[in-house]
Design a protein around this ligand. Sequence first.
Ligand SMILES: [Zn+2]
Length: 258
Amino acid sequence: MIECPLCKSRRIYKSWEDGNYKIYKCTNCYVKFLYPIVKVENLYDSSYFQKWYIEFYQERKKYFKKILKKIKKLIPSKGKILDVGCGIGILLDLASEIGYEVYGQDISDFAIEFCSQKGFKVFKGNLSNLNFEIKFDIITMMDVIAHIKEPVNYLQKCKKLLEKDGILIIKTPLHSNYLFFIAKLFSFTKKSKSILHLPVQIYHFDKNSISKLAYFSGFKILKILTIKEFTGKKFNLLNLWKFFVEKSIIVILKKYDE
Ligand SMILES: [Zn+2]
């Protein structure tokens, strides 16, 4: 019997399928998840980063800048930042330019090599298995959590790595019922797979379920907001719909006092 990977409840039902993939919803914590999980090998190689990040370096940097501006009042203005899933280090560049002491983590050899060459201190491997000798004032996690098999453990690890008043910033795609509906409409094409980032994205969060995840992991929410998703610069009529339906959730979290 399938159980909810976040809260272990068995009160779940199949909420979406397209012939290839099935998405279940938990009625206890509201999370939607892909089941069974599909293993994708060697995803984060040089061509992946070239296509999605190197190509859009300036645009993505601007996008991160906008996010930081929106949450500026809630986060320490200096200190140590760890960017989990740092990729080619776009956020590390930005944060170091504005005076933070920056550190990165990634599972990709390419990403680690890329950031090391820029002179950043980066850690390679799954966050859950890494040992750090320092603690951080801020941990950022941009488009990572939805890909993690055990997100509660993952966030609990972040909690351990944060200073007493440390802040965790999570960005993840907002996959609303509306987006699932659109994906269903396109299920006769290959589009629905890309709309829902299947099968690499395991979890499909909305504001309710990401709030539950934060609570299960020992965090309280300082702020939760919705922003337009990053869609790149190659804008045309065919991808105009993205402008209206693709959104992201930003959550600013603080540890519950122990
Ligand atoms: Zn659940």
